[in-house]
Design a protein around this ligand. Structure first.
Ligand code: BGP
Length: 478
């Protein structure tokens, strides 16, 4: 057993996926408030007219807004010493661009943070987790407008100052690398993909605009890192990358090369900028060749350099295979064009389960960045069933987590500087990808269904006591 004695064990959430209370305490509308669920199909609307029921996911979610004391107590019971959450920008600045913050929104997070500390947890706060205020989308088209950089900085300064003595760990943007792909424009960058002024003729992908917006967001992130260090030099501020690890499907050199290119563009580019403070040469040439290299305003290069992160955090759920063979089998999870790996099994949602891939990823990241690493999302989405006697026997989840924790253990033994693990969704919450409630990750079951019906009652699953034991033994009892 190799976990260091101060290893951080806990769980991770995002405001819009579990808070509910979307219009309470003066909160403005944010992007996920306009998401709808219908079975497995997610649709987005851009008119902020609200029909109750249709917009179930982030409107009610699991109503953490009114259950936070009960929920935090349960996390404390499992001996979490860290809890990852996000602050909803539109609770603090309802339209995103007000001059003064909304006190009622801050008061809510004051209470949540105090409650976490009281129950033995250090908060890890994500400033932007797929939830830009709609005002920023509608009035600025997100980060495509440079003025949004300073709006984000104003919001970050407000909360970082308020919580400077209570919160040490921060993440600027969740899975920012999705901004480099053509479905990240709305979720990460806040640009309306239906807006003809930036996407003429209905074209969804205007790479030039998207990479400019991503550049602006990276500048905003770096400014906030620098500012955070001025507010409290002890802050540990991280990037957060969706690290979909990939393998070449075959040893064919064409597959190996294509896999390398995918890894650089999707999994490495944004993390490289945030950890090293410069665009990597492979990206500079790629963007210049396509004539889409972003405009650097005077000072941008210095800001990127001055705002490098203190830790590298990432989500890890699966691996995929890359090949030049277009006829190879899909994963079924439809993820980034990845192909199925004949050696791996996939979850019901097509995400290929690969614990050894986590060990590989940790060693790869340690080698590349040589800085503290944190796994801030990992877990198994499953359609758990509540039995008549109130139990949920989720042995599959225990197996999944045991294998991934063993992989972390082994990577630490081989030199990875892994400082913490916040598994995804310690309490069931709404799926970001599908808007469903049915895709559950938690140790705590919440009686809430896809159609918004349910008592919201909380039940401990079998994995609850298991994870508690893992934490109490610092990873020795698995
Ligand atoms: C990550 C997001 C999370 C979370 C997780 C699981 O990409 O950062 O917000 O939701 O994926 O995905 P899903 O909810 O689609 O199962």
């Amino acid at each position: 057993m190799t976990f260091p004695k101060d290893f951080l064990w806990g769980g991770a959430t995002a405001a819009n996926q579990f808070e509910g209370g979307y219009d309470q305490g003066g909160k403005g509308l944010s992007v996920p408030d306009l998401k709808t669920v219908g079975g497995v199909k997610l649709e987005r609307r851009f008119t902020p007219t609200v029909e109750e029921g249709v917009y179930y996911p982030s409107h009610k979610a699991i109503d953490f807004y009114h259950h936070y004391k009960e929920d935090i107590k349960l996390f404390g019971e499992m001996n979490f010493n860290i809890f990852r959450m996000s602050i909803s920008w539109s609770r603090i600045f309802p339209m995103g661009d007000e001059l003064e913050p909304n006190e009622a929104g801050l008061a809510f997070y004051d209470d949540v943070i105090d409650e976490l500390i009281k129950n033995g947890m250090t908060p890890l706060i994500t400033l932007s987790h797929f939830e830009l205020p709609m005002g920023i989308v509608e009035n600025y088209n997100g980060f495509s407008d440079r003025r949004v950089i300073d709006l984000f900085v104003r919001y970050a300064e407000t909360v970082m100052t308020r919580y400077k003595s209570k919160v040490k760990y921060w993440i600027t943007f969740n899975e920012m690398n999705f901004g480099a792909m053509d479905h990240g424009e709305l979720t990460v960058l806040g640009m309306n993909p239906n807006d003809e002024t930036i996407y003429p003729n209905g074209a969804k992908t205007n790479e030039k605009v998207r990479f400019q917006a991503l550049h602006n967001a990276m500048v905003a992130s770096a400014k906030v890192v620098k500012l955070g260090h001025d507010i409290n030099p002890d802050f540990m501020i991280g990037c957060m990358i969706c690290h979909i690890t990939s393998y070449p499907l075959t040893p064919k050199p064409e597959d190996v090369l294509k896999r390398k290119e995918f890894d650089l563009l999707f999994a490495k580019f944004v993390g490289d900028v945030q950890t090293r403070g410069v665009y990597p040469p492979y990206m500079t040439t790629y963007l210049e060749k396509k004539n889409i290299f972003p405009v650097f305003e005077p000072g941008d290069a210095d800001i990127l350099k001055a705002g490098t992160v203190d830790m590298y955090t990432f989500s890890y759920y699966m691996t995929i295979c890359i090949t030049t063979d277009e006829n190879a089998n899909e994963t079924g999870g439809n993820l980034m064009g990845g192909k199925a790996n004949p050696y791996l099994k996939a979850s019901e949602w097509g995400w290929q389960v690969d614990p050894i891939g986590l060990e590989y990823t940790l060693l790869d990241l340690q080698d590349r960045y040589n800085m503290p690493l944190m796994v801030v999302e990992n877990g198994l989405g499953f359609a758990d069933e509540l039995q008549a006697d109130g139990t949920i026997v989720d042995d599959y989840r225990i197996d999944y987590m045991r294998d991934h924790i063993k992989a972390m253990d082994s990577a630490i033994e081989k030199g990875a500087n892994l400082i913490g693990y916040t598994m995804w969704g310690p309490i069931d919450l709404v799926s970001a990808g599908t808007g469903e409630m049915k895709k559950r990750y938690g140790f705590i079951y919440v009686d809430m269904n896809n159609d918004g019906s349910g008592s919201l009652k909380r039940y401990k699953k079998k994995s609850f006591d298991w994870y508690k034991e893992v934490i109490t033994s610092n990873g020795a009892v698995l």
